[in-house]
Design a protein around this ligand. Structure first.
Ligand code: ADP
Ligand code: MG
Length: 486
């Protein structure tokens, strides 16, 4: 941990490069399938291998997905963009070059707004979003002295988002990556699965004296695929660089990897040894020219974005910030909530149900809203039963809810009736029992009458016991206080 003095002295500067694998069924320039976990080298055509005489052809769906992301981030969509070859040798790159967009990316600029915990907003400025193909995968054996290569992933479509160096803490970087993950999943362009590598991130990290107008030398940390490791790697790197500067050493511009087991970054290659990629325009692909009409069509088909939903949940449904953030976390949750709100006007109660019993159930059973064995109608009826004072929330969530999950076709009311759980709000039902309670506790009654009003809770508890939990608390309070006044 750096001392306060040092964090006051040195500012952390981070720029991220995020790769998202597009959820297209075929590759960026070939018809090969893109199923994750398929048998090695079964989704590899001669185009992916770059055999002589083959030609790449752009996947229009991938292009559309990239434009969707650009529109969602308010980027400028390039009317003309083009592809370039990035040349380098590595065994996972069958063609000896990667097709990417260097000079004319599909989206330029843009921004992503982060809502931080206290509700303040931070705008993260994008430099660009471009399309490129992925490389294959090397599988290194720990037992044998050999490595294997699987080209199934080679040629799959990626977008790369590049931020300006405007992030200022590990927390902000993590929040940015989380926002991107949420966004690509809402847009339906990437499955967001970080364990499978569908979303990965490089972090460029430098430090400088606070107030300095120039940026420090940066280090690039490659390929992190978890939020936690991204945060740990940035924090480690911040401390390492500050430590070097404090003893008068220079920062070496280099590429580093993060060793998650040891929690440290280690040098991979320095800038001097860095490849000269010899970018040049891809001769086999014509430039991409987009019409206004096509762009407008993509815009018209955009789903409602999580940020707009968040605002709606705050303003239209009156939810607290915490609720609004949680319920807009996934498209499934926000749609479920909105659909529930067409059947109940108790929006906060609806939110409580989703954040409480429903969320616990989904977590425990490892499913999502799309396969929840429960209709919004049932939950709306449960809410109505509680709000009408027919059952308490604890009876609803602990007794009726589990039954509903087993018998999705039965109404909450009939379950409540069958289990004899309907609260008695009829005063004439409660009156004899309330009288009994007072009769059995003469001492407490005189204490109450001489001013110990806190005993009301005791009488209520006794009445609840006698009525087997069915007394409506409001009516019960009324009945007891009336009796005690005489
Ligand atoms: P390069 O020439 O090394 O590819 P770029 O200027 O293209 O560098 O930037 C790549 C990424 O590094 C971007 O996300 C950018 O915001 C970030 N970056 C650039 N300079 C710095 C810096 N001094 N400190 C932190 N991040 C930086
Ligand atoms: Mg660059």
């Amino acid at each position: 941990m750096l001392t306060q003095e040092l964090t006051d002295k040195y500012q952390l500067v981070v720029g991220l490069e995020v790769h998202a694998q597009l959820a297209t069924s075929s590759k960026l320039f070939a018809g090969d399938a893109t199923n994750f976990g398929a048998q090695a080298n079964t989704q590899v055509s001669v185009i992916t291998l770059g055999h002589p005489g083959t030609l790449p052809k752009l996947n229009i769906r991938a292009l559309e997905f990239a434009v969707r992301m650009g529109l969602a981030c308010e980027s400028q969509i390039s009317r003309k963009s083009s592809f370039d070859r990035k040349n380098y040798f590595y065994p996972d790159l069958p063609k000896g070059y990667q097709i990417t967009q260097d000079k004319e990316p599909i989206c330029v600029g843009g921004n992503v707004i982060l809502t931080l915990e206290e509700g303040t907003e931070r705008e993260i400025v994008l430099n660009r979003i471009h399309l490129e193909e992925d490389a294959g995968k090397l599988i290194h054996s720990s037992e044998q002295e050999e490595s294997r290569v699987d080209y199934n992933r080679a040629g799959t479509a990626l977008i790369e988002l590049v931020t300006e160096p405007c992030l200022r803490s590990a927390e902000e970087a993590v929040a940015f990556l989380a926002e991107i993950r949420k966004l690509v999943m809402y847009l339906g362009i990437c499955d967001g699965n970080m364990e499978e590598g569908s979303l990965r991130c490089d972090a460029n990290v430098s430090v400088r004296l606070h107030g300095s107008a120039t940026l420090g030398k940066k280090v690039e940390i490659k390929n992190m695929n978890s939020f936690r490791n991204l945060g740990r790697a940035i924090d480690f790197e911040y401390e390492r660089q500050v430590g070097l500067l404090e003893v008068g050493q220079d920062i070496v511009s280099e590429t580093r990897t993060f060793d998650a087991d040891r929690g440290v970054t280690a040098s991979m290659r320095t800038k001097e040894e860095l490849n000269d990629y010899r970018y040049f325009p891809e001769p086999d692909l014509p430039p991409v020219i987009l019409t206004e009409e096509w762009i407008e069509k993509v815009r018209a088909e955009l789903p409602v974005l999580p940020r707009d939903l968040y605002r709606k949940f705050r303003e239209v449904y009156g939810l607290p910030r915490y609720d609004a953030a949680l319920l807009t976390e996934t498209k499934e949750a926000s749609s479920w909530f909105e659909s529930l709100c067409t059947r109940t006007a108790h929006f906060k109660a609806a939110s409580n149900w989703m954040m409480g019993p429903l969320k616990s159930y989904l977590n425990e059973s490892g499913i999502t809203y799309s396969n929840l064995p429960l209709s919004v109608e049932s939950v709306a009826q449960l809410i109505a039963l509680v709000e009408d004072g027919k059952i308490s929330f604890s009876v609803a969530s602990q007794k009726i809810f589990p039954e509903l999950l087993l018998h999705a076709d039965v109404s909450p009311l009939s379950i409540a009736q069958r289990l004899n759980l309907i609260q008695e709000s009829d005063a004439s039902f409660l009156l004899p029992m309330a009288k009994e309670v007072l009769f059995e506790n003469p001492g407490k009654v005189s204490e109450y009458k001489s001013g110990k009003k806190g005993l009301l809770g005791f009488f209520m508890g006794e009445l609840m016991k006698k009525s087997k939990g069915k007394a409506d608390p409001k009516v019960a309070t009324q009945v007891i206080t009336d009796l005690l006044m005489n």
